[in-house]
Design a protein around this ligand. Structure first.
Ligand code: ADP
Ligand code: MG
Length: 433
């Protein structure tokens, strides 16, 4: 009796392993989707083989084990494809051992696969508790079918006590396995919901504070324009009010430039971006500002590719380059250099500006940290960090006060285009030459 229990527990252990381990792997959402879909099935197939190999009781004709549990679970949760596959594995592997039990296995496995395929949709849409109950009942039914066939078909049936034990233990095992599976999945769903809620909270929080930041200068500007309109004012006062209004509008615009492309709700899709073209585009946008500050821009660009969302990548470059130019109010040189460093794309943006102290450097990237007073938003670097993070890259900053700052952006190199497309272009080039 004790040895029977021991073997049942060993079977149960095999079955519980994938119940706990597979969700951990599939949750990472790495690897091809098809593989993730069939991973549970593959695990259950291995478990079925293990159960038959290390059974609870093996006579000449019959092998008693808990293989029906992984067969039911894999099929009910997986659908018709996994059901057929698992039934096939069971039948083929059990056939290797021979005996009258093979016929029972064939009939019972096909019955399980057929019932699961028909019921899988209804099964997964049931509430959790009912799913467990149904699975237990089904495993009892398949156990009953097995025992009936075993007792009546052959001349020397297995001992009745063994059959009865099997009849009771299988549903009990199913109860444990199914309840554990439901619990694991429930916890996983809960965790996903919490993570999403946290993200939403961060976004709402930021959006609220930024709309507040934009509303303030707009209200101030509106107030001054109203003053100009309503009261007869001396020319000097009018000019002063108009200047304040314009400054406030500039501030609102600065916040929008630093943040809004980033927060744009339209979902963008990541694509292959040519770093050279993107940097050139951003330089085009920023050149008026550079000219205003008497800043020379020197570039050595190379057309490496990275994966990311175009608008966000531009926003990030814009924020970093804008800071560099703003750090050189009396003119200077801005170097932008693109190269490969240790297999990663390196975009180095170096200025000869005011630089930063160690304390400033440490606070860089904090929302609303700025040394530019009313003109700064303190959002630019935060946004840049977020974007580079989302592209799986990193930012390193070196700075020396009164000497300048170098921002190094490292990004994973996108897979290179297939050789044929390059060689086509090269062929054309050679033809011209
Ligand atoms: P903002 O530009 O609106 O102040 P940022 O987040 O873009 O906000 O930058 C935060 C602060 O970091 C700036 O106020 C400035 O003090 C410092 N900083 C960023 N880039 C540089 C740089 N290239 N040189 C010197 N200081 C910089
Ligand atoms: Mg900035």
């Amino acid at each position: 009796m004790l040895s029977i229990l021991k073997d049942f527990l060993l079977n149960l252990f095999f079955i519980l392993l994938p119940v706990f381990l597979v969700p951990l792997w599939t949750e990472q959402e790495k690897g091809p989707k098809r593989l993730r879909l069939y991973l549970p099935t593959a695990c259950y197939a291995i478990v079925i083989i293990l159960c038959i190999t290390l059974p609870v009781n093996a006579g000449n004709d019959f092998i008693f084990d808990l293989r029906q549990i992984p067969l039911w679970v894999g099929s009910l949760y997986g659908g018709a494809g996994p059901a057929a596959l698992l039934a096939l594995v069971t039948i083929v592997y059990r056939s290797l051992f021979g005996g009258a039990g093979v016929l029972t296995t064939v009939v019972v496995s096909i019955a399980i696969a057929a019932v699961s395929s028909l019921w899988t949709k209804r099964f997964v849409s049931l509430p959790s508790k009912q799913r467990v109950l149904l699975a237990v009942l089904l495993s009892f039914a398949s156990g009953l079918l097995t025992v009936t066939m075993a007792e009546w078909i052959v001349d020397n049936p297995p001992p009745l006590l063994l059959s009865l034990t099997f009849l009771l233990v299988q549903p009990a095992g199913m109860l444990i396995v199914c309840a554990a599976r439901e619990m694991v999945h429930h916890n996983m769903a809960l965790r996903k919901r919490i993570i999403r809620a946290e993200k939403m909270e961060a976004v709402t929080h930021l959006a609220a504070s930024i709309s507040h930041e934009i509303r303030n200068p707009l209200t101030a500007a509106r107030g001054f324009i109203q003053l100009i309109e309503e009261q007869p004012l001396a020319a000097e006062k009018r000019r002063q009010y108009a200047r304040i209004a314009m400054e406030e509008l500039d501030r609102a615009e600065a916040i929008i430039t630093d943040y809004l492309t980033f927060a744009k709700p339209a979902p963008e899709t990541p694509e292959k971006l040519n770093v050279k073209l993107e940097v050139e585009r951003v330089i085009d946008i920023i050149r008026p500002l550079a000219n205003m500050h008497c800043v020379d821009i020197h570039t050595t660009l190379a057309p490496f590719s990275v994966i990311g969302e175009r608008e966000k990548f531009r926003q990030c470059l814009l924020n970093v380059i804008k800071n560099a130019i703003e750090a050189m109010p009396n003119g200077g040189t801005l170097h932008i250099h693109v190269s490969i460093d240790n297999g990663r794309v390196l975009i180095r943006i170096a200025d000869t500006g005011v630089g930063m102290t160690k304390e400033q450097l440490e606070r860089l990237g904090e929302p609303y940290f700025t040394t530019k007073g009313i003109k700064g938003t303190g959002l630019g670097m935060m946004v840049a960090y977020r974007i580079i993070e989302s592209m799986n890259g990193t930012i390193q900053i070196e700075s020396e006060i009164h000497k300048g700052t170098t921002v190094s952006i490292y990004l994973p190199l996108a897979p290179s285009p297939s050789p044929s497309t390059i060689s086509d272009k090269e062929k054309q080039l050679f033809a011209v030459l």
